[in-house]
Ligand binder design. Structure first.
Ligand code: GDP
Ligand code: MG
Length: 163
């Protein structure tokens, strides 16, 4: 079976944008399933000699505090179970939020390899925005831009190291 990579993070950080960049048009059609699995999209990614499954968690995102947090938590827990490597995505423009810290705490307890992606680093001047994310405790943050497609190669270089 292919290794599984899950993209996890609070709403609006750019998970779906990066998912689409990684899979191109290789979306896997998964039959309608009851319950939480509806929230997830599966695709196939390729990088170097590797082929892997990619999960976009939080396909359906509920707005508003409690429900939102609950759904992030459920998605993160599913990802931890299912994935071989987790891309933890945050928003480089927004800084660290309490939802980011919640997700970080869940991911910390897992034994899965976590690669931290700081999205929305849209130009070189924004590169300094990645530094505060060291404090999340997942090592070197990878600055990427879903809008421009930059940084994704370096991110995937790191991801495939864990296969
Ligand atoms: P998700 O909720 O985590 O799946 O996030 P989405 O992929 O739906 O993106 C949320 C919003 O951020 C959308 O308006 C995207 O167009 C925008 N977005 C995604 N990636 C970038 C990026 O690299 N830079 C900027 N400036 N905006 C982005
Ligand atoms: Mg999304």
């Amino acid at each position: 079976a292919r290794p599984v990579v899950a993209i996890v993070g609070r709403p609006n950080v750019g998970k779906s944008t990066i998912f689409n960049r990684i899979i191109g048009d290789r979306l896997a059609i998964v039959e309608d399933m009851p319950g939480v699995t509806r929230d997830r999209l599966y695709g196939i990614g390729e990088w170097l000699e590797h082929q892997f499954s990619v999960i976009d968690t939080g396909g359906i995102e509920i707005d508003g505090d409690d429900a939102m947090l609950k759904s992030i938590r459920v998605q993160a827990e599913l990802a931890i179970e299912e994935a071989d490597v987790i891309i933890f995505m945050v928003d480089g423009k927004g800084g660290i939020t309490s939802s980011d810290s919640e997700v970080a705490e869940l991911l910390f307890r897992s034994k899965k390899p976590i690669v931290l992606a700081v999205n929305k680093i849209d130009n070189i001047k924004r590169q300094d925005d990645i530094y505060e994310f060291y404090s999340l405790g997942f090592g070197t943050p990878f600055g990427i831009s879903g809008s421009h497609g930059t940084g994704i190669g370096d991110l995937l270089d790191e991801v495939v190291q864990h296969f």
